[in-house]
Design a protein around this ligand. Structure first.
Ligand SMILES: Nc1nc2c(ncn2[C@@H]2O[C@H](COP(=O)(O)OP(=O)(O)OP(=O)(O)O)[C@@H](O)[C@H]2O)c(=O)[nH]1
Length: 300
């Protein structure tokens, strides 16, 4: 018997191994007329429990049509692109599960020309835990930990998107720059923890006054910004004043009138750099401070 026989590769049958792996190995076929099927689909893990392999061997159309949200067009376009360019198919989708939350499935497959169409050989893995972790980390990156509002980073991404829509469709877009007046004094008198509480309550109240398509973010310190799509300056000014008023009469545990806001508002000018828009709102905010605080200003 050879000395190193123990290191020799063991013979394991594929039939024994494949059902034990935490994923699925498959062949997927799409014919020229668009008919899709899985001639081979084997593996382990929980995702396979919820699919009928005999049905999928004949017709995978039903499975693809079950996909929710934008997963259906996303998967179809990934298949199309892979078939056209003969490049690897790499995508992810949510597999609906009858008994609970959909599972996130990642697909990676290599295409090859086949009789009557294209065939892919590949793997699918359940990546639900990984996706949950990604979502948790993304939320952490995008959120202000004290108020739980979106932070500056998240707001700038959002503002860039809505400004681009506004330019494309010629629709109005306004922003508010909000700053709490004499916040240092408030902290000094009532303590930093009470200051934190004011920031939290202000954030919560502002959200109740805004529409769901508006976004309020904490830029840092006692400064906030609101992005209001489909809103001209006059309407933004009115809303800012309503917010200013609501805060000025609120108690915050110190008696009314202790917390007031200065707000600068500005409307986006089609195609201008975002820095110009923010600069205008900032200058309007400085004007509000200059004229005595607890008011809303815009630049003429
Ligand atoms: N409690 C609390 N205070 C904060 C936080 N972040 C920044 N601040 C305080 O906010 C205060 C801001 O002070 P200033 O920039 O001088 O502004 P202000 O006192 O509001 O004066 P005006 O803006 O001119 O009305 C500072 O004392 C900061 O320490 C926070 O997360 N919590």
């Amino acid at each position: 018997m050879p000395v190193n026989d123990i290191d020799a590769p063991q013979r394991v049958s594929v039939d024994t191994l494949v059902p034990r792996i935490p994923g699925v190995i498959f062949q997927f076929h799409r014919s020229h007329n668009g008919h899709m099927r899985f001639p081979y689909l084997e593996g382990g893990g929980m995702a396979l429990k919820y699919v009928d392999r005999d049905v999928l061997a004949r017709n995978a159309g039903q499975l693809v049509e079950q996909l929710t949200g934008n997963d259906h067009p996303k998967v179809m376009s990934a298949i199309e692109h892979s078939a056209r360019c003969m490049l690897p198919l790499t995508t992810r989708f949510r597999l609906p599960i009858p008994t609970g939350k959909p599972r996130w499935i990642a697909v990676s497959a290599q295409p090859e020309s086949a009789q009557d169409g294209v065939q892919w050989n590949g793997i699918m893995m359940d990546i639900s835990d990984q996706v949950s972790e990604e979502q948790r980390l993304r939320k952490l990156c995008d959120t202000d930990h004290l108020t739980e509002l979106p932070n500056r980073r998240k707001l700038m991404v959002h503002l860039t998107n809505v400004a681009s829509l506004s330019t494309r469709h010629g629709t109005p877009l306004s922003i508010m720059m909000i700053d709490i007046d004499h916040f240092k004094r408030l902290n000094d008198r009532w303590g930093h923890l009470h200051g934190d509480e004011v920031l939290k309550q202000l954030a919560a109240q502002a959200q109740t006054l805004l529409r769901c398509e508006d976004m309020i973010a904490r830029l840092g310190g006692e400064e906030f910004m609101v992005v209001l799509p489909l809103t001209p300056l006059q309407q933004c000014h009115k809303l800012a004043d309503r917010l200013r008023q609501a805060i000025s009469v609120r108690d915050f545990g110190m008696g009314p009138g202790q917390v007031t806001l200065s707000i600068g508002v500005a409307e986006y000018r089609c195609g201008e750099p975002l820095t110009s828009l923010i600069e205008r709102a900032d200058q309007a905010l400085y004007s509000a401070k200059d004229v005595g605080r607890d008011c809303v200003c815009f630049l003429r």
